[in-house]
Design a protein around this ligand. Structure first.
Ligand code: NAP
Length: 498
């Protein structure tokens, strides 16, 4: 079982003791006491105090500045403190590879049997090749480490795969972590690749290295206790991805249906190289968002026909034969949310859609814009596309047999009453929540206003539409509905092939 360890980085002993209690209450297995963070640290006085007040097994680290820590003093005092920690009964002591030999001589190779020595190496710049990582692991083993720790930095999410490859082949217990947001996968998937422990912080102000998730996220969102070698990996590949609520929603759904998989936020830079690198059957499906929905069409071997005509894919499923199949569930989610929003006679379940014959103005010609425009057309609506880059509006309008508008024309565009407006731009999305695609005074031309943006739930567009007495439909409705489609796809695949 991979242990969940909370790094304690408080400035005072009292705060550290309180944080240790909080770590225990949060469900962690051990704490890492970072002595180098404590101001005015006095080993003989403070160490016993810290250990007495700690309800969990303890890893002691006294990281010097030359290895990314905060300790600036001499090595003898530092080694002496680590030896004292061992004598006081801590469970683990961390020593840097660069001085591990010296430390072993310092303690004359003697340490209490209970205490495990973690020999660590940190590279804050990049992740070396597999060969270099394997050599590093061998050097760490050779100095007598009980546990190998290698922490590197991810410049690209594909870097993490090299750490995974080395971890699965390591002969001794290993902690292999790749720092930065692009390396998050290494922290959550530690149990899948045999990692000895992974770090989870108490909150974002208490981080000891870049890219650490909170202990709550590890336990409650990613359900890390249930991750094992057979766990399938799913996720949202996007850039940015931090703001996405998809991991919360999908992991809950996966738990609910009892499917052994975890869904991660995957900060990517190049979809093709991501899919090529993580090509094992265990990486069995992905959602795609900005800016990869169009690239995804090229990356898939087969496409759902609607996704192909939209030219954007938001769901990729890896079939057991390795082939990637692309779907677009955005259009299903958005259209059914809009249909429900229109309501009244001829609901979405009726043979004739409530969108049939209606005039819908789709603002945006990116992935979501295309999905809504094609979806609405399929339901018999008359579609007008407005976009900042007018040429894209024209091209989408031509493709679906609709009309194109410039964004500025929305202010006066009112060919008839009872129109429907769908915002499919990122205007109004966090953090730029003051954005809106259309002046407030033009909103009264519409019967229903839908906003694909779902964070915040109530955007400026929706707030102003409500103030004008217009019916509104939130992007959250689309979000939930587009997510339910891949969930059912996964269930279908699981039922068929496992
Ligand atoms: P995309 O493919 O990158 O398209 C972005 C669209 O926004 C383009 O039409 C772009 O116009 C327009 N745009 C961006 N910045 C703008 C600005 N400052 N002023 C005017 N227009 C601007 O993105 P997407 O995947 O379609 O996503 C669009 C929005 O829908 C995002 O906010 C996303 O979160 C949301 N969305 C929500 C769901 C959901 O489930 N609720 C699902 C998918 C998407 P140009 O062509 O001129 O660049």
């Amino acid at each position: 079982m991979t242990l969940v360890c909370v790094p304690l980085v408080a400035r005072t002993v009292e705060e550290m003791v309180a944080d240790a209690a909080a770590a225990a209450a949060a469900g962690s297995d051990l704490v890492e006491i970072r002595l180098d963070f404590i101001q005015g640290f006095r080993p003989r006085e403070h160490l016993p105090q810290l250990l007495r007040g700690c309800p969990l097994p303890v890893l002691v680290t006294y990281r010097p500045t030359w290895e990314g820590g905060q300790y600036e003093g001499d090595e003898t005092t530092r080694f002496d403190t680590l030896r004292l920690a061992m004598e006081l009964g801590v469970d683990y002591v961390d020593i840097e590879l660069k001085v591990a030999d010296k430390f072993m001589s310092f303690i004359s190779g003697n340490k209490p049997e209970k205490c495990k020595l973690i020999v660590s190496s940190h590279n804050y710049e990049y992740t070396p090749s597999c060969e270099e990582l394997a050599n590093l692991v061998a050097r760490i083993q050779a100095v007598g480490a009980d546990i190998v720790k290698v922490a590197t930095a991810a410049k690209d999410i594909v870097d993490v795969s090299r750490m995974f490859q080395v971890m699965v082949h390591c002969q001794v217990p290993m902690i292999g972590l790749v720092m930065s947001e692009r390396g998050l996968m290494s922290r959550v998937l530690a149990p899948k690749f045999g990692g000895y422990l992974t770090f989870g912080i108490l909150n974002s102000a208490k981080t000891s290295a870049p890219g650490q998730p909170t202990v709550e996220e590890l336990l409650d969102v990613y359900n890390i206790r249930c991750i094992g070698p057979d766990t399938k990996v799913l996720g949202l590949i996007a850039n940015p991805v931090k703001q996405s609520k998809s991991p919360i929603l999908h992991n809950k759904c996966l738990q609910y249906v009892g499917y052994n998989a975890v869904y991660l936020p995957l900060l990517g830079d190049n979809l093709a190289s991501f899919l090529e690198t993580y090509s094992s059957p265990d990486f069995s499906g992905f959602s795609c968002s900005l800016p990869f929905k169009v690239d995804a069409v090229q990356c898939c071997n087969e496409h759902d026909p609607v996704a192909k005509s939209i030219g954007a894919i938001n769901t990729i499923v890896r079939r057991p034969d390795g082939k990637l199949v692309g779907y677009n569930t955005d259009y299903i989610g958005a259209i059914s949310a809009i249909e429900d929003g229109i309501g009244g006679p001829g609901s979405k379940d009726a043979v004739i859609s409530p969108l049939a014959g209606r005039l819908i103005v789709v603002v945006g010609a990116g992935g979501a814009g295309k999905a809504i425009a094609y979806g609405a057309k399929e339901k018999g609506a008359r579609v007008v596309v407005a976009n900042r880059t007018y040429e894209k509006a024209v091209s989408l309008a031509n493709a679906i047999g609709g009309q194109a508008l410039r964004l500025a024309d929305l202010e006066t565009f009112r060919p008839e009453d009872g129109m429907i407006l769908a915002n499919a731009t990122s205007l109004g999305m966090q953090p730029n929540i003051d954005g809106t695609p259309i002046p407030k005074k033009a909103l009264s031309f519409y019967d229903v206003v839908f906003d694909a943006v779902y964070a915040p739930k109530v955007t400026r567009l929706l707030r102003e539409a409500e103030e004008c007495g217009v019916k509104v439909v939130s992007g959250v409705e689309m979000f939930i509905r587009q997510a339910m489609a891949p969930e059912s796809l996964m269930r279908e695949i699981a039922a068929k092939y496992t």
